[in-house]
Design a protein around this ligand. Structure first.
Ligand code: FES
Length: 159
């Protein structure tokens, strides 16, 4: 017998609270993805099926949304995700140099997680703070006007 993927009671409670404010269930797709990611760290294929079923939409449709929205992680990530913006403003202001510094310090390239599982480094499209480029997020924290010399401090001296 095939197991039906499920959501936890807490996840369902939070998703229901979002659904209460909208005219149709699929309107909370991104919120539901974020809720599940907050609880599980990332959004697996099983989670996609469970959320899609709950929101009366197809798994493919929800997967398309999750893939498009680059703050939803479709693969396991470390305890903190470093999102380094590499869109035009940040590229002009030297995000390549920041990437090199991060790679030197943590030993990971884009898409990789440190061996101690503390950090995953990912590229991200414009974080909406172009006037403060280059910018990066570490976990929930946005760092603006980042200098290469600040990377060690921002990452807490991790080696
Ligand atoms: Fe990096 Fe907009 S281009 S924040």
């Amino acid at each position: 017998m095939q197991l039906v993927p499920t959501l936890s009671e807490e996840e369902l409670r939070l998703i229901d609270a979002e659904i209460a404010h909208v005219p149709y269930r699929s309107a909370v797709a991104i919120d539901a993805l974020k809720i599940v990611q907050q609880h599980r760290g990332w959004v697996s294929d099983e989670s996609i099926k469970a959320i899609a079923s709950y929101l009366d939409m197809s798994a493919d449709e929800l997967d398309g949304i999750a893939t498009f929205y680059n703050l939803i992680f479709r693969r396991p990530v470390g305890d903190k995700v470093i999102l380094l913006c590499n869109s035009i403003s940040c590229w002009i202001k030297g995000c390549d140099g920041l990437q090199q510094k991060i790679t030197e310090q943590l030993g990971v390239q884009f898409g990789e997680t440190t061996s101690d599982n503390r950090y995953t480094l990912l590229p991200v499209t414009c974080l909406g703070a172009c006037d403060k480029a280059p910018v990066m997020m570490v976990g929930e924290e946005l760092h603006e006007d980042v200098a290469e010399s600040s990377i060690v401090r921002i990452l807490g001296g991790s080696t």
